[in-house]
Design a protein around this ligand. Structure first.
Ligand SMILES: Cc1ncc(COP(=O)(O)O)c(C=O)c1O
Length: 397
């Protein structure tokens, strides 16, 4: 396989001025990250700061109803409430090892921004966060959290003023500040080596889940299911299972409102090949290659592209990618909340919904792991807006 590529996807489609920091980062990935010293420090941070291992929780009520065993990998229990902290702490530590005093990042919903600002504080680094002006307005709670953590927020006024534009602006800023700043890319996408680097830091999720399910059931699972935005929680959950041919890997993209022709965030199912943010991947684009707006009720899935390793897993058939629409995800949110007392993030609700919607295709007695990438507290306003009419006293959704 060509270096920096996953099959036909990946690469480094960037301005020449970004090649030096990407080379430096590639070197750091090959020399610093595998070193025993770095690995020991990273493991200690994951254990003592993040709270790993995250549990693998059996869902007794839903499992009984479904006829197969539903297990949740609890990334929602991590410090800051999602899987994003695994990656940002890894990259913050790498920033230190590379001798840089500052990190920059981009954020859409704000979860990656909060996780990066947190990691920067933990390791005493400066932090600057690029965020579309539209997202700054609609995610004010997370903006305040980042500010309290001492991060500088730069509202981006270009384009649709959302995540795609924030990434463009962050890449531009990195060109100017590459000597002092590391770009802490928030998902397993972007130019090489980011997709590999982020997967490296997230693969702890699948390694733990594989050990835990073997310990609890004595066998490999029937399937591992995870939602896909840029693809970091899914690639983290999948990676340890890729060689296990019997394990089905299922990524879940967001179908938006689900109406024909509606905006969605499902580039693997509804997009085509193209270049965005330095990578060849699957994209939502029109016939002229203009990027189409994306939409999902889950802000973290709202990205018109996807990491190149997922494009390859899709192309090669090793992983299957389904879609779930906003209403199905909201319904799954209520089902998990009322059945098990666990409130999933709306992103993770897409993965739960895929299992509920496809229950008839899953054999009785099977073990299915859903990666619960985050907790739903951050989504309370959206939940109330959509499900305001739900009874508040009922036992079940
Ligand atoms: C809780 C949660 N899950 C999933 C995602 C999607 O990102 P990724 O595909 O990189 O895991 C996000 C992004 O913000 C998120 O906050």
């Amino acid at each position: 396989m060509k270096k920096g590529y996953f099959g036909d996807f990946g690469g480094q489609f960037v301005a020449e001025l970004l090649i030096p920091p990407l080379r430096e980062l590639e070197h750091a990935l090959e020399t610093i990250v595998p070193s025993p010293e770095f690995q020991a420090e990273f493991s200690a941070l994951l254990r003592d700061y993040v709270g790993r291992k995250s549990p693998l929780t059996h869902c007794p009520t839903l499992s009984k109803e479904l006829g197969f065993n539903l297990w949740l990998k609890r990334e929602d229990l991590n410090h800051t409430g999602s899987h994003k902290i695994n990656n940002t702490l890894g990259q913050a530590l790498l920033t230190k090892y590379m001798g840089k005093p500052a990190m920059l990042t981009e954020t859409g919903a704000g979860m990656n921004g909060v996780a990066t600002a947190t990691a920067a504080r933990a390791l005493d680094l400066d932090c600057i966060v690029f965020m579309g002006a539209t997202d700054v307005a609609r995610q004010s709670h997370n903006v305040r959290r980042m500010q309290l953590l001492g991060a500088e927020i730069v509202p981006v006024q270009n384009g649709t003023k959302t995540l795609k534009d924030a990434i463009n602006e962050a890449l531009r800023y990195w060109i100017a500040e590459q000597r002092t700043h590391h770009y802490c890319f928030g998902t397993a996408a972007g130019p090489h080596p980011f997709p590999t680097l982020v997967r490296e830091f997230q693969s702890v999720v699948g390694r733990e889940a594989r050990e835990q399910i073997l310990e609890k059931t004595g066998e490999l699972p029937y399937a591992v299911v995870a939602c896909v935005g840029g693809g970091s929680n899914a690639i983290g959950a999948f990676h340890a299972f890729v060689p296990d041919e019997s394990v089905r890997l299922v990524g879940v993209e967001a179908a938006g409102t689900g109406e024909p022709g509606c905006y969605n965030s499902a580039p693997l199912n509804l997009g085509s090949r193209g270049v965005l943010h330095g990578q060849m991947t699957m994209l939502l684009q029109d016939e002229d290659g203009q990027i189409l707006p994306s939409h999902s009720v889950a802000a973290g899935l709202d990205y018109p592209g996807v990491g190149p390793e997922h494009a390859h897993l899709h192309d090669s058939g090793r992983a299957h990618y389904g879609t779930v629409n906003d209403a199905q995800a909201l319904k799954a949110f209520m089902t998990l909340t009322r059945s098990e007392g666990i409130m999933p993030a709306l992103e993770s609700s897409h993965a739960v919904a895929w299992v509920l919607e496809n229950r008839d295709r899953i054999p009785k007695g099977a073990n299915v792991i859903v990666n619960l990438s985050g907790r739903g507290d951050k989504d309370m306003d959206i939940i109330e807006e959509h499900l305001g009419a739900q009874p508040v006293h009922g036992r079940k959704g």
